[in-house]
Design a binder for this molecule. Structure first.
Ligand SMILES: [Zn+2]
Ligand SMILES: [Zn+2]
Length: 407
């Protein structure tokens, strides 16, 4: 009994310590809703923690998904639904053209004010700040499909690479030391730190637009709540999953033109969903180019949009794909088609045999055509037989009439 007292005391102290730690952890997560850079234990320590979902921290993300259920109460109107579709594609352009091709890879240039406007635009995508996005994406390129890659489907599985990794505590802090070219702009760091400000303003603007339309254009059959649900919650949730497809599926689905050290792939389907990001193997081969679709048949709407934007002078210095990379790709395509033809000949030998016997088949066809009089003769002879039988039947009938049978 005497020996168990210190044990109980120890257990009680340990319980108190763990509940204090839980409280501290919860308070930290709640504070991070407002200030993403709030890390009382140090960002480096947080990054070194094992992967674990931080449920308190991800509540806004859960709320975003739950908001889609609002369609049950607000209903739908063509205007609200089409607004959701338009806002998906407009903001997908912000994800690919701004978060990715500007902040992550600097594939074109703009002024400092232009850069700030781009960051505001990208903030409406609700995918945290541009600096957080750029840091994690550069990290992905550095460690693609290796153990350090935060969202490799080959290392962590499909669901973790699609959605799980952004809920993990260790992936919340931005490592500013790895993005010094961006971290030197305090206005960008401020937007990154308070990354809920732009989404809240954006959602409020959509709600305001809906209320205004309900008042001035009641024929559209929409209102603030309906526009908020469709234009913000539904559109943003689908946008998140469209973007997530690149992390999860662009390393699983499609064709590998370039033999990169990772398992990135090119997929036309993913390129359609993500306005050109589906040419992911191309991108892993050469990241500095503004275009991901390297050839004219690889549709890349983000590049076309950026090209148009460059005509206004708002952006400039779009970086091309080097000729050497284009030639490397053309050679790879040629070898791939030769290999595919050989593989097909091996897999379906009957087709190649058919090709060999085709001249013989043609000769048989010619021979049949020349033999047609014989066939006609045969037909004539058949007709004569039928005629003879018919005549015989008539003769028998005539005989029966002349000499009826005795019953
Ligand atoms: Zn990748
Ligand atoms: Zn990239």
């Amino acid at each position: 009994m005497q020996g168990s007292l210190p044990g109980c005391l120890l257990m009680s102290l340990s319980a108190k310590k763990s509940s204090a730690s839980l409280l501290r952890r919860t308070a930290t997560a709640l504070s991070q809703w407002v200030d993403s850079d709030f890390c009382p234990d140090g960002a480096e320590n947080m990054r070194n923690e094992p992967d674990r979902v931080d449920w308190v921290r991800v509540m806004p993300f859960v709320f975003l998904h739950a908001g889609c259920l609002g369609v049950i109460w607000v209903g739908a109107s063509p205007f609200a639904v089409w607004s959701a579709v338009a806002l998906y594609f407009i903001r997908m352009f912000a994800v690919t053209g701004v978060h990715h091709r500007y902040f992550s890879h600097k594939t074109y240039s703009t002024s400092r004010f232009g850069q700030f406007l781009l960051a505001l635009f990208a903030g409406t995508t609700v995918q945290r700040g541009s600096l957080w996005w750029a840091y994690h994406h550069r990290h992905h390129h550095q460690h693609s499909d290796g153990p350090e890659d935060a969202h490799s489907p080959h290392v962590h599985g499909f669901w973790w690479s699609h959605i799980g990794w952004i809920t993990s505590r260790r992936n919340f802090p931005t490592d500013y030391s790895k993005i010094k070219d961006l971290a030197k702009f305090p206005e960008l760091v401020w937007l990154n730190r308070f990354d809920l400000v732009v989404p809240i303003l954006f959602a409020s603007a959509i709600f305001g637009l809906g209320q205004t339309l309900a008042h001035f254009a009641p024929g559209l059959g929409t209102n603030g709540w309906q526009m908020l649900v469709w234009g913000f919650f539904v559109s943003t949730t689908v946008l998140f999953h469209g973007t997530g497809c690149i992390n999860s599926m662009a390393h699983l689905m499609g064709r590998r033109r370039f033999k990169t050290s990772d398992d990135s792939r090119n997929s036309a389907i993913l390129a359609f969903i993500t306005l050109g990001e589906g040419w992911h193997n191309n991108h892993h081969r050469f990241q500095s180019s503004t275009r991901n679709g390297f050839y004219w048949w690889e549709i890349d709407p983000t590049y076309y949009g950026l090209k148009l934007l460059s005509l206004t002078g708002f952006i400039h210095g779009l970086k091309p794909v080097p000729q050497s990379v284009l030639e490397e790709g053309a050679h790879a395509d040629h070898h791939a088609s030769v290999a595919a033809a050989q593989k097909s000949a091996l897999a379906h030998p009957q087709y190649s045999t058919l090709r060999r016997v085709m001249p013989t088949a043609a000769a048989i066809a010619v021979a049949t055509a020349t033999a047609s009089p014989a066939v006609m003769l045969q037909k004539k002879s058949d007709a004569a037989v039928h005629k003879d039988v018919s005549e015989l039947a008539h003769e028998l009938k005539a005989r029966e009439i002349k000499n009826p049978p005795v019953i």
